[in-house]
Design a protein around this ligand. Structure first.
Ligand code: PNS
Length: 160
């Protein structure tokens, strides 16, 4: 089974890494897919987001994880990647309405089912936007993002 895990990953967090690790233990292949809007710059360039996840997967020994990016519909990319199912992490009740809407729309547009995986309690309150806010205020992020992400974001921040 090939699982397609879409998200913004701006940046990858330890919560994402926990989900990717568990997916890699569950499915034959995991495709981490960064969805982006070409008209919006985002926080990190999409190429950097790809690099951070690739380095993290490699440093964690996740050999069955590949990383890609897409700017169209998630289901179109999932089909292009020959995926079998979509997977989304759910941190708690507040994630569910949005995730349900997306899962139902995606099912309407395609044959793809969405499987939900509960995030680890340790990361249930962690988001990429919180990490971005910590960086904006110069606070350390090492406890919240994988090592490769902390290193690269630290370097980018120093450059300004
Ligand atoms: O990290 P996020 O915010 O949960 O990621 C959202 C993402 C990128 C997975 C979602 O916005 C998405 O799938 N965008 C692509 C456009 C699309 O397929 N829309 C239909 C579902 S609403």
């Amino acid at each position: 089974m090939r699982a397609f895990y879409p998200g913004s990953f701006d940046p990858i967090t330890n919560g994402h890494l926990d989900i990717i690790t568990r997916l890699a233990q569950t499915f034959d292949q995991v495709i981490v897919a960064i969805g982006y809007n070409p008209l919006k710059s985002g926080w990190l360039p999409v190429e950097t987001r790809v690099e951070l996840i690739q380095r993290t997967a490699s440093e964690t020994g996740l050999v069955n994880v590949t990383v890609t990016s897409f700017s169209g519909l998630a289901v179109a990319e999932a089909k292009a990647q020959d995926a079998d199912i979509l997977v989304k992490g759910v941190r708690g009740q507040t994630d569910l309405p949005t995730e349900m809407t997306q899962a139902i729309l995606n099912r309407d547009m395609s044959s793809f089912e969405t499987f939900f995986i509960p995030s680890a309690p340790a990361w249930a309150n962690l988001s990429s936007s919180s990490v971005r806010e910590l960086v904006a205020f110069g606070a350390p992020i090492d406890a919240y993002v994988p090592k490769a992400a902390a290193e690269v974001i630290g370097t980018l921040k120093q450059r300004g």
